[in-house]
Design a protein around this ligand. Structure first.
Ligand code: OSB
Ligand code: MG
Length: 371
């Protein structure tokens, strides 16, 4: 297919409720939507670089720069038969790092190529399920009572597992309070790198609360200290921030730094690398689950497709559109079934329609590149 036109949009969408983590509070989410046109077919992708460099060093501005000045020129006017050929082009492949920029472009390539073959993204990626199990990630609240009430609400909606954010001073007592109220739910915590090995006793105490996993307790690039912590506790550590590639996943598994891995295509450069990590984990008995970056429906559709692969055996951070945004930019919006599952779209590519009116309403900047 000849890549004739690429469009990027900087979007800003207000969150339904502010999202607080150990990294700060977000009131809205800025991302980049990518549109690729090739031979009359249109593909869409979302880059999850945020407005701020607090989760990752990438931001909307750095991703915009890398797309505009390197990745887009590498692809425009090229004739590619598949995604591997496109991202293998020398000018594309020689860009180091900037995984979120690459992943946004790669997602649009997957969509346009799946649509050209008239198959769903899930099928093209090797998905095996028509429904995925979903959970919810709950930010830090102003009181325990508010958190408990929120959890009750999400459980009533069907969500299969609850993840709560923790931060120093807002950790053990919170886990105890949630466990007192909900002794049997599938519960996990995410520290977003807020702790160090000096906090080892805190994590030993967490072993008593039957947590499914502890996500990214230590440094955001660390693999080594996590191996020391994992040796000292029973609860599985799950790495998020530290895993940017198959090589990182191999190092973490061989060093026994974690027992579970969170896969986010944005963090690892796209679906191709995500699949490699998934396959490696599957053959090494490491469960994976799909993380989230507060995506719009465009990114969410891709996440749902990827999460339909067989190794995704734990519920993902893939919640209903309405958990994040009043109005999504795709039709239909994503919903959660009463049994805690979400349907995998069956239509060609990402399988949802773009709501151009809503997309225009949240676009703050747009640039078009023609071959
Ligand atoms: O650490 O998993 C994380 C959101 C933004 C950045 C990092 C993280 C998150 C979430 C939300 O936990 C997951 C979601 O529901 O999209
Ligand atoms: Mg996380």
């Amino acid at each position: 297919m000849k890549i004739e036109r690429i469009e990027i949009r900087h979007t800003k969408m207000d969150l339904v409720t502010p999202f607080t983590t150990s990294m700060g509070t977000e009131y809205d989410e800025e991302h980049i939507m990518v549109r690729i046109d090739a031979e009359g077919i249109t593909g869409w992708g979302e880059s999850v670089a945020e407005g701020t460099p607090f989760y990752s060093y990438e931001t909307v501005s750095t991703a915009w720069h890398i797309m505009r000045d390197f990745l887009i020129p590498a692809l425009l006017g090229k004739n590619v038969a598949n995604v591997g050929e496109a991202i293998g082009l020398y000018e594309f492949a020689r860009v180091r790092g900037h995984m979120m920029a690459k992943a946004g472009i790669e997602a649009a390539l997957w969509d346009v190529i799946a649509k050209s073959k008239n198959i769903s993204l899930s099928k093209m990626l090797g998905g095996v399920r028509d429904k995925i199990d979903v959970g919810v990630s709950i930010g830090i609240k102003s009181s325990e009572a508010e958190l408990i009430k929120d959890i009750e609400g999400y459980l009533a909606e069907g969500y299969k597992r609850i993840k709560i954010k923790i931060a120093p001073g807002y950790d053990l007592s919170l886990v105890q309070a949630v466990r007192r109220e909900f002794p049997d739910i599938m519960l996990q915590v995410d520290a977003n790198s807020a702790y160090s090995l000096e906090d080892i006793d805190l994590f030993k105490k967490m072993d008593e609360y039957n947590l499914t996993l502890i996500e990214q307790p230590l440094g955001y690039e660390d693999i080594y200290d996590h191996s020391k912590l994992q040796r000292a506790i029973k609860t599985p550590i799950c790495l998020d921030e530290s895993i940017h590639s198959l090589d990182d996943a191999r190092a973490a598994v061989e060093l026994k730094s974690c027992k579970i891995i969170n896969i986010k295509p944005g963090r690892v450069g796209g679906f191709t690398e995500s699949k490699l990590i998934h396959d490696f984990c599957m053959s090494n008995g490491i469960p994976v689950w799909h993380g989230g970056m507060l995506e719009s429906g465009i990114g969410r559709a891709g996440n749902v497709a990827l999460a339909s692969l067989p190794g995704f055996t734990l519920p993902g951070d893939i919640s209903a559109s309405k958990k994040y945004y009043k109005e999504d930019i795709v039709n239909p919006p994503f919903v959660v079934n009463q049994d805690g599952t979400m349907e995998v779209p069956e239509g060609p590519g990402i399988g949802v329609e773009i709501n151009l009116k809503n997309l225009d309403n949240v676009t703050v900047r747009k640039e078009v590149f023609n071959a």
